[in-house]
Design a binder for this molecule. Structure first.
Ligand code: FES
Length: 106
């Protein structure tokens, strides 16, 4: 099973192993990783699953959809590597993915 390294805004690390096919928000919330809320359940309509994909992984994750871009416009502290984690589906090719978490989602 692939694993993801989540790093919170204080630098604390959470390494999680998960099944391919789940989205990254779902994996974070199921594993009690703090900092990802996922209020809309992954419907791309809340932006409370905002995370920063490590630049080394940016070209390996699927590109943002127009809907994701629009939702990110309303998120806090958006950066060039910002993503809605519910829109990233874990695959075996993403084994080792690194996602940093913002200090706040709201
Ligand atoms: S969980 Fe709501 S946009 Fe990702």
């Amino acid at each position: 099973m692939p694993n993801i390294l989540f790093i919170d805004h204080t630098g604390k690390e959470y390494r999680v192993q998960a099944e391919a096919g789940k989205n990254v928000m779902q994996i974070a919330t199921e594993n009690m990783v703090p900092g990802i809320l996922g209020d809309c359940g992954g419907a791309c309509s809340c932006a409370t699953c905002h995370g920063y994909v490590d630049p080394a992984w940016l070209d390996k994750v699927d590109p943002k959809s127009e809907a994701e871009e629009m939702m990110l416009d309303g998120a806090l502290n958006v950066e060039s590597n910002s993503r809605l984690t519910c829109q990233i589906i874990l695959t075996d090719a993403l084994d080792g993915l690194v996602v940093r978490l913002p200090a706040s989602q709201i």
